[in-house]
Ligand binder design. Structure first.
Ligand SMILES: [Zn+2]
Length: 304
């Protein structure tokens, strides 16, 4: 039985996965442990309790985490995690539970999850893009997840889209992530609102922008128009690199249904290079929200 582990900034989730379903689950706090070793001890303890109570034996572990390097098995100074140094989490869990463990970054885990269990099932040339606080991506090419020479391939969010544009969290300017992430959309709304005579107050989240767009708020409609334009260009550029058969969008922003997808499909197909026309489709994750990260982590575990 594969154990999937999703390490997040505040909560770490565990799930036993069988045939694409999470059959037992638990969680523990990521914070409040003396150090990374104490966290790994608590995590291993939780895993054993989970397996015992489910009457199952863990045979492999997959771990999804931010800033995780699949080639080295190390979480590299993740800004949102409590440990400000490199943490060899794959080895720490393999040592404690005596089974193979594979660590991967959360975007790659999402890509593998969609490929094995979700909207990309059976599609061996797949691009999965996560749209949330940041923009992550995982590329599956010729039936393999692309890792690159140092294990850090597939940073679509940091492709520069607008020379000299908005400041990005990476320290550069004009990255896709600065435009189509949650923060990017809030900034776009503010720009669109200042361009119009309308004053509805700053929205706190993307759901508020979506609600306002559905009510006809001009700045919100314009925000979605600009966001879909930028995202369409980013995706069409990515297609030129690896020629995917399908693109799956994942994460909070992708859950806005046809408000996002209808104009995005239109702009994407209008922007796509002619040789790819009719050869790539665009869809939204089919995995249940609560289980997607665990299923992705478990898919990593199948690589071990
Ligand atoms: Zn960037």
């Amino acid at each position: 039985m594969i154990l999937g582990i999703d390490i997040g900034g505040t909560t770490t989730k565990l799930g036993l996965v069988q045939n694409g379903q999470v059959i037992a689950r638990s969680r523990l706090s990521t914070t409040g442990h003396a150090d990374d070793r104490a966290f790994a001890d608590a995590l291993a303890h939780e895993a054993i309790e989970l397996a015992t109570s489910a009457g199952q034996q863990i045979t492999a572990i997959g771990i999804g985490a931010p800033n995780a390097n699949q080639l080295t098995g190390i979480i590299e100074m993740a800004p949102n995690l409590p440990w400000k140094h490199d943490v060899p989490m794959a080895r720490m869990m393999a040592d404690r539970l005596h089974v193979p463990a594979v660590l991967g970054n959360d975007a790659n885990a999402a890509a593998l999850g969609e490929w094995r269990f979700g909207a990309g099932h059976g599609i061996d040339d797949l691009l999965v893009v996560t749209l949330g606080t940041g923009v992550g991506s995982g590329f599956i090419v010729n039936g393999r997840l692309v890792l690159g020479s140092a294990g850090n391939a597939g940073e679509l969010g940091h492709m520069i889209l607008v020379p000299g544009g908005r400041a990005c969290t990476c320290g550069r300017k004009g990255c896709l992530e600065a435009y189509v992430s949650i923060r990017g959309m809030l900034a776009t709304y503010a720009e669109a609102a200042s361009d119009s005579t309308q004053a509805t107050g700053a929205p706190a989240d993307v759901k508020t922008i979506a609600d306002r767009a559905n009510e006809g708020d001009k700045a919100a409609v314009e925000c979605f128009r600009r966001t879909t334009e930028w995202l369409a260009i980013g995706l069409a550029n990515a297609v030129c690199a690896t020629g995917p058969r399908r693109i799956v969008l994942f994460g909070g922003i992708a859950r806005n249904g046809e408000l996002l997808m209808a104009p995005l499909r239109e702009r994407f197909h209008a922007t796509l290079l002619n040789i790819y026309q009719g050869r790539v489709d665009l869809t939204v994750s089919a995995l249940p929200d609560d289980d997607a990260a665990l299923l992705g982590a478990a898919a990593l575990g199948t690589l071990g």
